[in-house]
Write a protein that binds this ligand. Structure first.
Ligand SMILES: C[S@@+](CC[C@H](N)C(=O)[O-])C[C@H]1O[C@@H](n2cnc3c(N)ncnc32)[C@H](O)[C@@H]1O
Length: 306
């Protein structure tokens, strides 16, 4: 399929689509560091500006529009969330592009917190907006750990199909205990245990960590990590010293490096992030895990278009 990608960030979702054999023909993000990262690793087809400033005529026709629309306004990790947060309205840009380009499919990703915002009203509104564009709309909450990602990250995936096409969500391939013919969840130790000590000489990109003090107080980003389970959701909020809400390493002695978090997010080891440590952490945390994106994207290869 020919893919148009909005809110592309560093490109976790896009890389999954690319690896599944689709062609990303156009992408956009307002965040310059993420765009530099994207160009370095995925392709030159990304534009760097506010999506609201781009007329639909400047966006090529495509088979699918994909986008993880900005979630800060929706996230449960953001204590200031409220229904009038203007960032929530950016999904209207996604609607506008889908309306004007009329692709056969769209796929949108968001945090689980979007389901409960405004007592569920906001999500209903969003789903109805998509349906009113003439799409058959389905959504699922998927846990990345069930798709081989070393992280218990839950995200809402919304898929729209036109013209009688049907999309099937990927079935879980992993489970906590590995029962019923499924494989056992990949643990954080399985994923990053073989990476070199960042305090010793090594040649890995982004293998630096925030020196922000560790304080195991039970809050998000301040909990002891169990090496034998997938990590909790990778978060990326930071300050100019490089990261306040950054997961600690399971050794309990320091925070994780960008490379470790990127590996937990299932980015390939040679995927390099551009920008300051704070920016690298943010790009990584914003991303759809590449393996989950690949599983979602592969399901489109099974559709015989009507
Ligand atoms: C959740 S992230 C998407 C991450 C991406 N799907 C991935 O897998 O790597 C949302 C992105 O929306 C971008 N964004 C926010 N406001 C925007 C705007 N007005 N125009 C274009 N991009 C915007 C942010 O810079 C951020 O990279």
């Amino acid at each position: 399929m020919k893919v148009v990608s909005l809110f592309s960030g560093a490109g976790g979702l896009d890389l999954g689509f690319k690896l599944a054999g689709h062609e990303i023909i156009w992408a956009n993000d307002i965040y310059t560091d993420a765009v530099v990262t994207y160009r370095l690793n995925i392709g030159q087809h990304i534009t760097n500006c506010d999506i609201a400033a781009i007329p639909s005529a400047a966006i090529p026709d495509c088979d699918i529009v994909i986008g993880g629309f900005p979630c800060q306004g929706f996230s449960v990790a953001n204590t200031k969330r409220h229904t009038t947060d203007e960032r929530n309205m950016l999904y209207k840009q996604l609607l506008r592009v889908i309306h004007d380009k009329q692709p056969s499919f769209f796929l949108a990703e968001n945090v689980k917190g979007i389901l409960s915002l405004g007592g569920g009203e906001v999500f209903n509104l969003i789903i109805n907006d998509f349906k009113n564009l003439g799409y058959d709309v389905n959504y699922h909450v998927l846990n990345a750990a069930n798709y081989g990602v070393a992280q218990r990250r839950e995200r809402v995936i919304i898929v729209g199909c036109r013209n009688g096409n049907k999309y099937t969500f990927p079935a879980p391939m992993y489970s906590r205990d590995g029962n019923n013919g499924l494989r056992k969840w990949v643990s954080v130790k399985d994923a990053i245990g073989n990476l070199p000590d960042p305090d010793m000489p090594n040649n890995l990109a982004n293998h630096e960590y925030s020196k922000y003090k560790l304080n195991f107080n039970g809050y998000i980003g301040h909990r002891v990590i169990n090496p034998d389970l997938p990590a909790p959701t990778v978060t990326g909020r930071g300050d100019d010293k490089g990261g306040v809400v950054i997961l600690p390493h399971y050794n309990g002695k320091r925070r994780m490096t960008g490379r470790e978090l990127a590996t937990i997010q299932s980015f390939p080891i040679d995927f390099k992030f551009s920008g300051t440590l704070t920016s690298v952490y943010r790009q990584i945390a914003n991303a759809v895990p590449v393996k989950l994106a690949y599983c979602l994207a592969s399901q489109f290869n099974l559709i015989e278009t009507a």
